[in-house]
Design a protein around this ligand. Structure first.
Ligand code: FES
Length: 106
């Protein structure tokens, strides 16, 4: 068995699953998508470790903001984001450093 596997991720972003569930959508063109999915779609990221970046839903991060989703940028883990419903995904992607190159990072 291999001790490690390669991935194309240049970046890992953790999105609270429980916050996303509480908002029941809130993102994407129609405002009915969860943040992680909307962001992946917005950046046209491939699936799994073949993607240029990992946007992963994780368990409650213990912040539990009202009307927002807690997001951790793996490259800047000391500063967590509270992303409000309907937030601009271009702006968010830029803040997270996900816009270097097109079709999500390169
Ligand atoms: S519910 Fe998202 S941080 Fe707790």
């Amino acid at each position: 068995m291999k001790a490690h596997v390669r991935s194309n991720w240049q970046q890992a972003v953790l999105v609270c699953r429980k916050c996303s569930k509480k908002l029941d959508g809130g993102f994407g063109p129609d405002g009915d998508e969860r943040l992680a999915k909307a962001l992946r779609k917005h950046l046209a990221l491939k699936k799994g470790r073949k993607a240029a970046a990992g946007i992963v839903e994780v368990n409650c991060l213990g912040v539990c903001p009202k009307g927002a989703v807690t997001v951790v940028n793996g490259a800047q883990a000391t500063d967590w984001l509270l992303v409000r419903r309907g937030a601009d995904l271009d702006e968010l992607a830029e803040t997270l450093g996900l816009l270097q190159g097109q079709s999500g990072i390169s």
